[in-house]
Design a protein around this ligand. Structure first.
Ligand code: ADP
Ligand code: MG
Length: 347
């Protein structure tokens, strides 16, 4: 820079600020789907239906039967740092919802056309808002049963550089399906359906008992996995680990059938990865990968979920404690396992 005087500092326009935030949370259709599913789940939905066209590139719609949004609040839902989920700094230290940053909807709306139709519980009027590239184009009364429908079209119409990083429709579809499967594994009591055009591609009826949950796991990882896995529940010092752990003999060349949830949130974490690897170290070749669906639950104040805009990473307050608990638990399950056994120390 060779300017003779410093450039003046100015506030970014809201739309531009949202587009910058979108760079972190809206990478592709699947990242939008993840955010919309989180919103539906946070709204207490019992039934969530996803409709895609062109793998989500042409249309991505999420419909739920959750608590909905009050008509007066609808414009706020599209405003940055506006949320119904967080009130104080104290809340931030013990987050109980999947969302909390108040960023997803405005970020998405700044790089696409977003249509939201919602009817709040106990309110007899539904409302509809349409925003394109951050600008509201329609705000009107509408009709709908209780719940919310969010419809995304024209993704990245105003950010051509981003469009270039999108893959062909089948690849984007596969990513969307993966996101839905992850949500389905973390929220058994919710029914999920995914359609591409008229075709129903994923159907997960609400799973309310152990058999229903096992069926859902079989639907995602295959029946074969269930025959080669142990279901277990272990608890120690406020940490609870449960799920289906694949036998070392049933392994894959790639580690793409590994699901790990911390307080029902799918996460990647080096502490977890290391503990799992170490537990299998003696019974599995280095280049092979086990299959598993694991759930770690702990008090929300023991884990910081506010370390990554897309909330895909977490930070444990006591990483050593978590690591050792995971390692010991998994090693024990691997040592004692027979397919079909249930290991439990939970009263
Ligand atoms: P966050 O989820 O972090 O609060 P979002 O931008 O994703 O931020 O959503 C903003 C707000 O809009 C939410 O706090 C919630 O009140 C409302 N909202 C969004 N989607 C839904 C939905 N499907 N059902 C009910 N309320 C919703
Ligand atoms: Mg959200």
């Amino acid at each position: 820079m060779t300017a003779e005087a410093p450039a003046r500092i100015h506030r970014l326009a809201a739309t531009l600020a949202n587009q910058i935030a979108a760079g972190e949370v809206v990478e592709r259709p699947a990242s939008i789907l993840k955010e919309l599913l989180e919103n539906s789940l946070d709204a207490g939905a019992r039934r969530i239906t996803v409709r895609l066209e062109g793998g989500g590139l042409d249309l991505l719609q999420v419909e739920d039967d959750g608590v909905g949004i009050l008509p007066d609040d609808l414009p706020l839902a599209l405003e940055r740092h506006a949320t119904s989920k967080l009130h104080s700094v104290q809340d931030l230290h013990a987050i109980a919802t999947l969302g909390f940053r108040g960023e997803a909807l405005p970020a998405i709306a700044s790089v696409a056309r977003l249509d939201i139709l919602s009817k709040a519980l106990g309110c007899n009027q539904a409302a509809r808002l349409q925003v394109a590239g951050g600008v509201a184009v329609i705000n009107e009364a509408a009709a709908r049963g209780p719940g919310t429908t969010v419809r995304i079209t024209e993704l990245f119409f105003n950010v051509p550089a981003r469009r270039k990083f999108l893959r062909a429709a089948p690849a984007e579809l596969a990513r969307n399906q993966k996101v839905l499967r992850q949500a389905a594994l973390a929220h058994f009591s919710v029914a999920f359906h995914l359609y591409q055009g008229p075709r129903g591609l994923l159907q997960f009826p609400a799973a309310t008992d152990a058999q229903g949950r096992a069926e859902r796991v079989g639907g995602v990882l295959g029946e074969e996995f269930l025959r080669h896995a142990v279901y277990f529940e272990l608890e120690d010092q406020g940490l609870r680990l449960s799920g289906w752990l694949g036998l070392p003999t049933y392994n894959r060349a790639r580690g793409d059938e590994q699901y790990f949830f911390v307080n029902q949130r799918p996460v990647r974490d080096p502490v977890i990865t290391h503990a799992v690897r170490a537990a299998y170290a003696d019974v599995l070749y280095k280049e092979r990968h086990p299959l598993f669906v694991l759930y770690l639950n702990l008090a929300p104040e023991l884990v910081d979920v506010n370390v990554h805009p897309a909330k895909a990473e977490v930070r444990f307050r006591d990483a050593r404690l978590v690591h050792d608990f995971l390692f010991r638990s998994l090693q024990r399950v691997i040592a004692e396992q027979r397919p079909g056994t249930v290991i439990s120390t939970t009263p």
